[in-house]
Design a protein around this ligand. Sequence first.
Ligand code: ADP
Length: 178
Amino acid sequence: MILQDPAAARVVQLEAVQGDITCITVDAIVNAANQTLLGGGGVDGAIHRAAGLELLAACSKLKGCETGDAKATPGFRLPAKWVFHAVGPVWRGGDYGEDDLLARCYRRCIELAREHRARSIAFPAISTGIYGFPSDRAARIAVGTVKQGAPGSELELVKFVCFDGNTYSIYQRLIQAG
Ligand code: ADP
């Protein structure tokens, strides 16, 4: 899907891909981190393994991160130049501000992309693994938030990297729906 960002008067391409985010060559990949930023399971563990121990050293200097926020480090051994570590909400049934906190993660990463002059960014399906956020609802928030645009950013490409086929088909449907 090609998105015209009215605020920035530029074209941003949205793509769903199925695979491992640690292998994606973009300027920045997003990590679904936890508040400690010291590594964990799921995509977080995969990113730390692929980036090497320097990533842990860089993360430990950041002194954690609030839910709904994100912080940047270099990508070290990853193909991506930057990692934006976003802390998504734990799903608690939907009445605890989870939707808003998840949207804030995506918005914050788009802001970090602008600050780091990234032209391409890849997101995992934040919060939909260990944190239990329903995949369909999370994907609608992810795509909806990214479509709101990125004023002042140089972003040209946003990839949604889906680990499993079900998540991939959800994103495909949403992106094709325009
Ligand atoms: P959270 O704690 O935010 O739920 P998880 O890492 O448990 O984070 O899961 C987030 C999403 O990332 C899930 O959809 C999971 O299937 C997916 N995932 C796990 N490993 C990878 C990977 N290497 N690349 C891309 N996505 C991944």
